[in-house]
Design a protein around this ligand. Structure first.
Ligand code: XMP
Ligand code: MG
Length: 195
């Protein structure tokens, strides 16, 4: 799968969040189409398995909801909140700000994440889950930035590969703004010109 490219003819649409300008990148209709495909695979792979579906808060809330609904996926939904950031700096340590309530021993587990960047968060969390002896652990992620990946993470259900640029919308935020946007926007880098 190559990096997602905005379709030709996509309207040029900019939004401003705080001090930054973003440009329309993945429109809602394309997100919906991809979710239908992923949901179909997940539904058939997990038929009769009653998985524990772990939504990684906060970013994956919309993706999880749409995925589960699109596939009418039967499972037990739980939530975890993870943070690899201390203030504004990325740290080596991933903190679990909120843990799942379920006992995953002997269960099939599907973790749902919005975006895999360096992979640090999910590398840590999947290892942590595997220690609890689940029957299986798989990962669904809407977005992956392959050029930023430093920790190997195996994503069984991937929405889109994207370039290493900051994105917002559809659950993803910039300083807690932009999560409710229907489309995904990419940081609009100013053209580098001669002045
Ligand atoms: P790592 O590096 O651990 O990072 O894979 C994953 C977490 O970092 C956040 N993240 C982003 N959030 N736009 C966002 O709104 C982005 O482009 C972005 N890249 C990384 C996100 O919380 C993810 O869970
Ligand atoms: Mg996240």
């Amino acid at each position: 799968m190559s990096n997602f490219q905005s379709p030709r003819g996509l309207p040029i649409k900019h939004i401003k969040i705080g001090d930054l300008r973003f440009r329309l990148f993945i429109p809602e209709s394309i997100i919906e189409e991809r979710i239908q495909e992923l949901a179909k695979s997940i539904k058939s792979d997990y038929r009769g398995k009653n998985p524990i579906i772990i939504c990684v808060l906060k970013g994956a809330i919309l993706f999880t909801s749409d995925l589960v609904k699109a596939g009418e996926i039967d499972g037990q939904i739980d939530f975890v909140r993870l943070s690899s950031y201390d203030g504004t700096t990325s740290t080596e340590k991933v903190k679990e700000l909120m843990s799942i309530a379920s006992d995953i021993k002997g269960r099939h587990v599907l973790v749902i994440e919005d975006i895999v960047d360096t992979g640090r968060t999910l590398d840590y969390y999947l290892k942590h889950l595997k220690k609890q002896e689940p029957l299986s652990v798989e990962l669904a992620a809407l977005l992956l930035k392959p050029d930023a990946l430093k920790f190997p993470v195996d994503i069984k259900y991937l929405g889109f590969k994207i370039p290493d640029l900051f994105v917002v919308g559809y659950g993803l935020d910039y300083n807690e703004s932009g999560r409710g946007l229907r489309d995904i926007y990419q940081l609009d880098l100013p053209d580098v010109g001669l002045y």
